[in-house]
Design a protein around this ligand. Structure first.
Ligand SMILES: O=C(O)CCC(=O)C(=O)O
Ligand SMILES: [Mn+2]
Length: 204
């Protein structure tokens, strides 16, 4: 499978039409209606706040994931997610034991700057991120610590912007989480919702 776009020396690949649009749309509707979406509370700078999006976590029974002070036990795989996992694994010869689902109800929901660099994901995680529904902007930027370490190297571009369309797949690998943060900012002109699935491998 050839990517439509390749960034950061091939460590970030974008496949604009991983799923045909009709399939992306029906999958989006199915997940929007059937997943037990929850708005979790997380601890941020000493305060409990509601996450600015809805989430659900599926995976193998032992793929527990701790995240902002929460220990997430996965829901058991459902057929649509298992089938998608198999297709993604076959396409990229990687293996995943869990998937985090995010639902951004409209453009007010967002995901702040972070890297998926928790120890439980191992030193060099491969993350496959499938988008459904509303198109949203996604940013990647070099971590400050990395930029300082290489301050002699003139980086032509520290921040990369991508548009994630319905049915697209973004593959992040090759140490991207060590060097870069990413974010899905608010988009106040967007009124439709978007679902994102990040397939991951949790290490024991
Ligand atoms: O919604 C997205 O595209 C990004 C999700 C993400 O970064 C995450 O779940 O860690
Ligand atoms: Mn992430």
């Amino acid at each position: 499978m050839n990517p439509h776009l390749s960034f950061l020396d091939g460590r970030v690949l974008y496949f604009g039409r991983f799923l045909p649009l009709h399939e992306a749309n029906s999958l989006y509707r199915h997940l929007r209606e059937t997943v037990p979406w929850q708005q979790e509370r997380i601890r941020m700078m000493g305060k409990w706040v509601l996450q600015p999006r809805l989430t659900a976590w599926y995976g193998d029974p032992d793929a527990c994931y701790s995240y902002s002070g929460l220990l997430n036990r996965p829901l058991p795989w459902i057929p649509v997610l298992e089938e998608l996992r198999n297709r993604i694994e076959a396409g990229f010869s990687s293996s995943f034991n869990s998937v985090l689902l995010n639902c951004y109800r409209d453009g007010r929901d967002y995901m702040g700057w972070h890297a998926d660099d928790e120890r439980s994901l191992g030193p060099d995680p491969v993350i496959a991120s499938l988008s459904l529904g509303a198109e949203r902007r996604f940013f990647l930027r070099l971590k400050t610590s990395v930029r300082e370490k290489h301050s002699n190297t003139p980086y032509s571009k520290d921040q990369t912007e991508l548009l994630l369309g319905s049915g697209s797949l973004l593959l992040m690998r090759g140490g991207v989480q060590q060097d870069y943060k990413h974010a899905l900012p608010k988009a106040l002109r967007v009124n439709e919702s978007r679902i994102n699935l990040t397939f991951r491998r949790i290490m024991r």
